[in-house]
Design a protein around this ligand. Sequence first.
Ligand code: BES
Ligand code: ZN
Ligand code: ZN
Length: 469
Amino acid sequence: MTVNIVKKYGDTEPLVLVVRKNNVADCMKNSPLSDKEKAFVEKNAEKNCKILNLSTLDIQKYVVLYEDGNLKTLRDSANAVCTKVEKSKKESLTVFCDEKEISLAFLEGLLLSAYKFDKYKSEKPTKVTTVNMLVKGLKKSEMESVLNLCESVCMARDWVNEPVMVLNADTFAKILHDEAVSLGVDVTILKQKQIESLKMGGLLGVNRGSVDEARFIVLEWKPENVAGEQPVVFVGKGIMYDTGGLNIKTGDYMYDMKSDMAGAATMAATIFAVAKDKLPIHLVALIPATDNRPCGNAYANGDILKMYDGTMVEVVNTDAEGRLILADAIAYANRYNPKVIVDAATLTGAAERAIGKYGIVAMHQNAQETMEQLKKAGDDVYERIAEFPFWEEYGELIKSDVADIKNSGAGVNAGMITAGKFLAHFAKAPFVHLDIAGVAFCEKDYGIYGKGATGFGIRLLHQWLKERC
Ligand code: BES
Ligand code: ZN
Ligand code: ZN
């Protein structure tokens, strides 16, 4: 994607004006619209619509009416405009706006909407690839920071959309390695042997049924000015594919399980976005990565795993694998003496059943302040968080008869919370758990998030680190 700052409209490509609904006349004053067009917009702006169409036979022109405070609707309008432009097989457009904040939100909507996972399509669909910004006072650096964030989101969407036959733990580790090196992020990849010496029983247990080796990826962003500070440590679920293991998934439930590494993608993409912005934060991302398969020597129900921190875990369901690999990573996180540990994981179907695709299910242990900050950041960027209770009684549900704890609660109730409790057992610092199972992957078109991988949560975490942390 190319974004240019321009001083003049080129007169041929699609044009979109973004104007304040309550002040259309002023907003259009310096625009490339004719007096007649301006009059039309003034006359119709009051109507209950978000986009006015001024297109003629040779040229597409839209006026997007922005209502104060509603950036979400503005991004949705960007999505609608993007679709219209692409439908008419055009790849570039010019955005006119006389307020840069608004224009940047619109640009964000456009960039996210233009993403398509088309690398395996012989005939590529039309994509918007060039946006010209005709915006008073807009600086290159401001525009680039939006572009950087959106590129990080789309990079994560690419990883999540990629099937496991292409992206296994090793290839994923290599991609993250190269990206980290190019951005000045420290990276360490622990391979099978090292994971064995560290005795990460959760990661190794899940990996037993796989023909591919596991990886444990450590990314660290530590700019000089914050080197002494306690880090924020991110942990991301990197199940490259979740068959369910011996508790094999039936029906359609396995279909989108290439997306079971979306938590890992979220955390890696966020640390890369932070590095691109050179934010002054000490940030670590830990990614345990393997697929979950039922072959060969696969772990079985009744197995007892000795985790990295020594906790003994009874496996009662091989499909509750995410928490096993995350537990080792969370225990590993403790060694950084973190300010807070935040994990993102496509952890439970229960989270999706509870609130659908409209937000992230979250819980915290001793991290009230971070939770409040995250909720606010989520509201800022419309990637909202629903906090669930985390009462100690839920902890009772994962006690085991034969080991310390078991990897699934008794019965079907509150599955997202017992999963969270399992993770919290391993955290020795303030801890926030983000269950993104509902939002990470969408079979139907989901506005600016598109079809397939959404990248949901990256803008939220970036906003938190930038503005609220
Ligand atoms: N990866 C799944 C959770 C999931 C479900 C993610 C739907 C995205 C969409 C996870 O590993 C899983 O299988 N969880 C089980 C846990 C159960 C066995 C305790 C679930 O939620 O059914
Ligand atoms: Zn599973
Ligand atoms: Zn899973």
